[in-house]
Design a protein around this ligand. Structure first.
Ligand code: FUB
Ligand code: ZN
Length: 650
């Protein structure tokens, strides 16, 4: 029987998904051939790998890599590279890469202390500082990334060379923190370990890891406040200061520690931390059946996606504190929208999706992947955005405020969290496409290739073929050993107003459940489903309370958000006015940016006002022009120049 409610699903692991897609395959190939090796070479060049060998004595005479000493977050960069390399090895064996991974893991394992502790900075640079400042110093964040790397490496290779040291480290952490007498009641200032412990629990089945994740989540924000206790112990007068403009990181809300997490109703603080926390919360809620915690996740989801998220799926409205600000505060030109935060949002969305089975989560996942995540890396794979702004005027001075915010992609950053985050995400992209449970299979993303899914004991192969995201026709064929009855759920994207389905060439009416076309039948090998998603160009308007976009329009086609670039439209993008009734035309341009659909329209441009006065009564004259918009994710891959997502509308 088809049922509109369905038990929680599991994401089909990327190792059972083959991506053979004209849009994503080239990006994955570049990731494998360029970006993963590039992050490896930068890690070598900057001393990140070698830092695991450091001792205090080495540092006395100055370190040959030029940095005064390894910063507090380096372990996490190396961990993300191992994670990415492991994913890559799982789908594309490569002896040289495997040997390099083994070599780096050996360095890490050797750096583990006798009691199980493992952290470069607090071993070589500041041994007395261990666990003295969880609020600011990233020890548990680094541990989390190393745990994720260990799980990825074990899953990919079956080797326990990183998993065992990390289990030892985790057990040491569990002996240090917790509610039991004699333990510190601490939790991380930068979340990450929570979601990593959920992964460790998934892989090992050891409940103690879930218990530790649960402890970290529920201890956050409790009174008396651990970060204040710590700061007193350090004899520092830097307790939480809640008055604005105290943004520099001491505020508890920057760390989502202003309230116990179950009482939080708005996304506050540092956006990457928030995303990682919420991901961990769903993992724990799902693992323990904790409906109260899940309800908190739903409330936060609603706040983020309906009031605090950019149209590109970026989150974090200011570089000050790299944080969320207030509802509807989404400035385009000073957006932060860190690449890591988009990745965090994608992972949180995917986890919500497995539990709730509702297409709203897949819609946002898709929004992020095709827009605010993919913008983070160049098509050539060796330059990156840290902040993904929605409007660029290259001369604007705010770009000079931090090296992380520039009007062009850069090769590396002082804090290089984003590039290694990009590589692990692209390498395991297949994990976002399908889910399975005992009742059937759900297709969330339309990406050509195939999946081997498990519906109870039945093994089902689905083959997908489409020219998505440029074309909304998707063909899915079923392969089975023998006929089997199950649900096939196909997501009808939120942006699509007209979806039609055919099975074996005949149109079928479909029931919709939670945003998915629900097809229940006895499937035979060779059955083919065709989904036709109308993909017209759309004008999108924001809530009028978003002051920076009032009177402006964004262009969208399918999941793709568009932008204007100077190279196609000449300078002065903010003087463009798109009449409300101007016809939009789409055109697939084979030789542009690897083959993309562009949108063009007749528009107007306001000319400069007469004279040199800054302020004048001359309104300027309007001249006719034609505009051409390209996918936002691909901007900045040609010449440097202006870029604009939200266009003035007349
Ligand atoms: O602090 C570690 C990482 O660096 C954060 O996740 C990023 O936002 C950046 O601050
Ligand atoms: Zn980052």
């Amino acid at each position: 029987m088809a049922s509109s409610s369905s038990p929680p699903m599991s994401a089909v692991p990327f190792t059972r998904v083959v991506i053979d897609d004209h849009f994503w395959s080239p990006r994955q190939e570049t990731n494998r051939n360029v970006t993963i090796p590039y992050v490896q070479s930068m890690s070598e060049k900057t001393g990140r790998f070698e830092s695991f060998k450091l001792t205090q004595a080495d540092l006395e005479g100055g370190w040959r890599f030029g940095m005064p000493n390894p910063p507090i977050y380096w372990d996490s960069d190396v961990a993300k590279w191992i994670e990415a390399a492991s994913y890559s090895l799982a789908t594309h064996p490569d002896a040289e890469l495997a040997a390099k991974v083994d070599e780096v893991i050996e360095l890490i394992a050797v750096s583990q202390q006798d009691d199980g502790y493992l952290n470069v900075h607090f071993t070589a640079v500041d041994p007395d500082g261990r666990w003295t400042n969880l609020r600011d110093l990233h020890e548990l964040y680094c541990a989390g990334h190393l745990i994720e790397a260990a799980v990825a490496h074990f899953d990919a290779t079956g080797k326990r060379t990183l998993l065992d040291p990390m289990i030892r480290y985790t057990d040491y952490i569990a002996s240090t923190f917790g509610p039991e007498p004699g333990k510190k009641r601490g939790y991380p200032g930068h979340e990450e370990i929570e979601l990593a412990l959920v992964r460790l629990w998934n892989t090992t089945g050891e409940k103690r890891f879930m218990d530790l994740a649960s402890y970290f989540i529920d201890e956050r924000g409790q009174a008396p406040h651990y970060f204040d206790i710590e700061s007193e112990e350090r004899d520092e007068d830097d307790k939480n200061v809640d008055e604005w403009p105290h943004t520099v990181g001491l505020r508890h809300d920057v760390k989502q520690a202003h309230l116990p997490v179950r009482e939080q109703t708005t996304a506050e603080g540092h956006s990457v931390r928030a995303m990682y926390l919420y991901d961990g919360m769903v993992g724990v809620a799902a693992g323990t059946g904790d409906e109260g915690l899940m309800a908190a996740c739903r409330t936060l989801w609603d706040n983020v996606t309906n009031r605090r998220m950019y149209i590109t799926g970026g989150v974090g409205s200011t570089y000050q504190g790299e944080r969320f600000t207030t509802d509807h505060d989404l400035p385009s030109d000073t957006a932060y929208a860190e690449t890591c935060a988009s990745i965090g949002l994608a992972n949180w969305a995917s986890r919500m999706l497995q539990e709730e089975g509702d297409s709203q989560y897949a819609d946002e996942l898709e929004r992020v992947l095709y827009n605010g995540f993919l913008s983070g890396v160049s098509q050539e794979g060796d330059t990156f955005f840290y902040a993904n702004v929605l409007e660029v005027e290259p001369q604007a001075p705010y770009f000079r405020t931090r090296d992380r915010i520039k009007p062009f992609r850069q090769g590396w950053f002082d804090t290089a969290c984003c590039p290694p985050n990009v590589i692990r995400t692209l390498a395991a992209l297949g994990r976002y496409i399908y889910s399975e449970n005992s009742e059937g299979i759900a297709v969330h993303m339309y990406v050509s290739g195939e999946v081997t899914a498990h519906v109870g004991d039945t093994v089902v192969t689905l083959k997908q073929e489409s020219r998505y995201p440029w074309d909304g026709d998707v063909a899915i064929s079923v392969e089975l050993d023998s006929p089997a009855e199950f649900d096939l759920r196909l997501r009808i994207p939120g942006w699509c107003d007209d979806a039609k389905l055919e099975i074996n060439g005949s149109p079928v009416d479909h029931q919709t459940a939670k945003g998915y076309a629900l097809l229940h039948r006895v499937w035979q090998s060779g059955d083919t489903v065709v989904l036709r998603l109308a993909m017209p160009m759309k004008r999108i308007y924001s809530d009028r309370r978003v002051s920076s976009t009032v009177g402006k329009v964004a262009l969208q086609r399918g999941p793709i958000i568009y932008c204007l670039e100077e190279i196609d439209n000449s300078a002065g993008l903010n003087s463009v006015i798109l009449p409300r009734d101007a016809e939009l035309n789409s055109n697939f341009e084979e030789s542009l940016l690897g083959g993309v659909t562009t949108i063009s329209a007749s528009a107007q441009k306001i000319g400069r006002n007469a004279g040199e006065s800054l302020y004048t009564s001359d309104p300027g004259t309007l001249t006719a022009t034609t505009i051409k918009a390209v996918p936002y994710a691909l901007w900045g891959n040609r010449e440097r120049g202006e870029m604009l997502v939200w266009i003035n509308e007349a």
